[in-house]
Design a protein around this ligand. Structure first.
Ligand code: ATP
Ligand code: MG
Length: 312
């Protein structure tokens, strides 16, 4: 049901800063009985508080899938280790490692194919082959990457990279002495037709009081907003309905009211050739999807500096 909802673009997520620790605890509780039944030892090395940006329910769903696999495809008396390591700036890598049968290199991609059980259907281990397909889709909707490494015969590590939320407490109001310096707000227009991607970006921007995010879901709307609001920079998705990112860029560049605004492309087509084409067309930068927030921030900073808009 969730998979078909995702395909229809109808799954509604509630993405916001949440503490990862209790979400993980709930997922562990969910599989605790089967862990005990198989004599498996679980060790959790993640911190007792870890603010990330996620939909808590969907995050728990992914963790339950990974943990139940780590039990089902483990050996009797085996172990499961969970750890949280800093990844690229602004990201945490959450890892679930088991001591099970492992997955061969040629089977690695297929574990994410719906209803593919890679021979497990011939064993007593129950399942429908949908857990990982769904987990990867959910991760994508939250702007997270889900992947694995494995040593056949020794075990498997599934990892998930999640954006950190910084401090969970609301930001303190600026004190009068510093407010003059900090009220300079940078306005960014994000042009994106996918509602889930928009929500992820909104959640990430909410933690940055000096950044204001405007959004447009199609090219025409984007051109109107750019003309009227004069954003400091534009993040432009390439795959848009009706007018694509390249067409929007051409219109922005041919209009005296908008031609000076730096425009950064965001696209799932992130091959070197795609990037070169983007830079040739006049984008200030070209970023791959799923979006890595730290990369967006540094690209924005670079583009704004190049145009003489203050580094803030
Ligand atoms: P369910 O829909 O109930 O989750 P499932 O566990 O068979 O069923 P997935 O979780 O999608 O489905 O996993 C797909 C397949 O990948 C499994 O059938 C199994 O063969 C393999 N697999 C998944 N996790 C592991 C793991 N930790 N170690 C070894 N093989 C695994
Ligand atoms: Mg499973």
């Amino acid at each position: 049901l969730d998979l078909s909802r995702i395909e229809a673009g109808k799954l509604v997520l509630d993405i916001k800063p949440v503490d990862f620790a209790p979400v993980l605890q709930q997922a562990i509780q969910f599989v605790q009985a089967s862990i005990d039944r198989h004599g498996i030892t679980l060790t959790n090395h993640c911190p007792s508080s870890l603010p990330i940006v996620a939909d808590a329910t969907r995050m728990r769903q992914i963790l339950v899938n990974l943990l139940s696999n780590a039990v089902k495809y483990n050996r009797e008396g085996g172990s499961i280790t969970i750890d949280c390591e800093p990844a690229a700036a602004g990201l945490v890598r959450i890892r679930v490692t088991d001591t099970g049968v492992g997955i061969t290199a040629e089977n690695m991609a297929a574990v994410f194919t719906p209803f593919e059980r890679l021979g497990a259907e011939k064993t007593a281990v129950e399942g429908t082959g949908i857990g990982l397909a769904l987990s990867r889709q959910l991760a994508g909707l939250m702007g997270m990457q889900l992947d694995l490494t494995s040593r056949p015969g020794a075990g498997t590590t599934f990892w998930l990279e999640a954006p950190l939320a910084g401090d969970l407490d609301p930001p303190a109001p600026p004190s009068p002495a510093t407010s003059a310096a900090t009220t300079a707000v940078i306005t960014i227009l994000y042009v994106e037709d996918n509602a889930a991607n928009l929500r992820v970006m909104e959640a990430l921007f909410r933690r940055r009081p000096n950044l204001r995010l405007l959004s447009a879901t199609n090219g025409e709307l984007a051109l109107d907003i750019a003309r009227q609001q004069q954003p400091d920079a534009i993040l432009l998705d390439i795959h848009l309905p009706e007018m694509d990112g390249y067409a929007v860029l051409a219109r922005l560049k041919s209009d005296a009211a908008t031609h000076r605004i730096p425009v950064l492309a965001l696209s799932a087509d992130a091959l070197v050739a795609d990037r070169e084409r983007g830079l040739r067309a006049g984008f200030d930068d070209y970023l791959g999807k799923p979006v890595v927030f730290a990369d967006v921030l540094s690209a924005l900073r670079k583009a704004l500096l190049a145009r003489g808009v203050g580094p803030r």
